[in-house]
Ligand binder design. Structure first.
Ligand SMILES: [Fe+2]
Ligand SMILES: [Fe+2]
Length: 188
């Protein structure tokens, strides 16, 4: 399936606002990939599709997870916004014919991040955070370093996310902690 067909198919699955965000993440991911010598085509597709499961109804998400055999841990059961990463990767595979493991991994982990991320996974995580439509507190300082130090920018995005999640009294997924520790220990 070529990218323009994917784009039209994606449009059917998302709200107008989310579709616009997806295109913005695609474009930001392409710029980051060019800058960091990562595969630009993979970045475009992963950025485009990263939220393909996000606008499904909660019931539909759980039903699809059940059908696909996606086992949800207790944290994902409680924090249902975390489900759209793993489920999105599966929908990308089944409905958008994506076979590439790098793309599928980037989609799978774009919400929680993970320990020892590949460069494409970092790029999608960061692009999702800094695309021009994002206006939350602290985004400017991360935008400022995104094109200078990828690991530092990803670490800052993880830190802000953790603080935000704590402020809301929500659960933090252990993968997010593992992602942070891995960068601090081995990638600084
Ligand atoms: Fe997302
Ligand atoms: Fe997103």
């Amino acid at each position: 399936m070529d990218e323009s067909r994917m784009t039209e198919k994606l449009r059917q699955l998302l709200t107008a606002k989310r579709f616009k965000h997806s295109l913005a993440v695609r474009n930001e991911a392409v710029r980051l990939a060019q800058h960091y010598n990562c595969n630009v085509q993979k970045a475009a597709i992963a950025g485009l599709l990263h939220d393909c499961a996000k606008d499904l109804r909660k019931r539909q998400m759980l039903q699809l997870c059940n059908e696909f055999g996606i086992v949800l841990d207790d944290i994902c059961k409680r924090e249902k916004q975390l489900i759209h990463g793993p489920l999105g990767a599966r929908i990308a595979k089944e409905q958008f014919e994506i076979q590439d493991e790098d793309i599928l991994e980037a989609i799978y982990f774009h919400t929680t991040a993970k320990e020892d991320m590949k460069i494409l996974t970092k790029i999608i995580y960061l692009a999702d955070y800094i695309e021009p439509g994002r206006h939350f507190y602290g985004v400017e300082s991360i935008r400022a370093i995104a094109y200078h130090n990828l690991n530092k920018a990803v670490l800052s995005a993880i830190d802000s996310t953790i603080k935000h999640v704590i402020a809301k009294g929500r659960l933090i997924h252990p993968r997010t902690i593992e992602a942070r520790n891995h960068i601090l220990l081995y990638e600084q």
